[in-house]
Design a protein around this ligand. Structure first.
Ligand code: FEO
Length: 171
């Protein structure tokens, strides 16, 4: 079972994950508008990842007999600057999400909610992957510098990102 404080905090996290999905959808549209279809595709896959993150929380609250409360999702920006600036913003956002997951783990521990501590371990690991992916792309953008051909090669590489697998979608 979930206590009220934990339920509220998990509901806030659903909102953060769904906002992440919305933010990356905006980045996908922006990438498309600046002629980077591979970047656009990469962010579209990320949208699905974030929806899964939100849905895992949704299912967990329901399975624990709690009540899901969907809150308003704020409007994301429309402009993200250069590809490097866009990925720096992506990394900063993921670092914010990582902090929010760590805060949830702290709360679950202080509430002696071992079930939720255990449930959240998936997110702790996932955040390592999320930040790693962004750091890798930032490094590639650094190497590409002002070279348009290198940016095109990176765009073609990001176009190959595979969608999340079924295993990831189940809790
Ligand atoms: Fe759901 Fe990208 O953190």
């Amino acid at each position: 079972m979930l206590n009220e404080k934990m339920e509220e905090a998990l509901n806030e996290q659903i909102n953060r994950e769904l906002y992440s999905s919305y933010l990356y959808l905006a980045m996908s549209a922006y990438s498309s508008s600046i002629g980077l279809p591979g970047f656009s595709h990469w962010f579209k896959v990320q949208v699905r990842e974030e929806t899964i993150h939100g849905m895992k929380l949704f299912d967990y609250i329901n399975r624990q007999g709690g009540r899901v409360k969907l809150k308003e999702i704020k409007e994301p920006p429309m402009e993200f600057g250069t590809p490097m600036e866009m990925f720096q913003k992506t990394l900063q956002h993921e670092q914010f999400v990582t902090r929010s997951i760590n805060d949830l783990v702290d709360l679950a521990r202080s509430e002696k909610d071992e079930t939720t501590v255990s449930f959240l371990q998936w997110y702790v690991k996932e955040q390592v992957e999320e930040e790693e992916n962004d750091n890798e792309i930032i490094d590639k953008l650094k190497n590409a510098g002002e070279n348009k051909e290198a940016l095109s090669t990176l765009d073609a590489e990001l176009a190959k990102r595979l969608p999340p697998n079924d295993e990831e979608e189940s809790i």
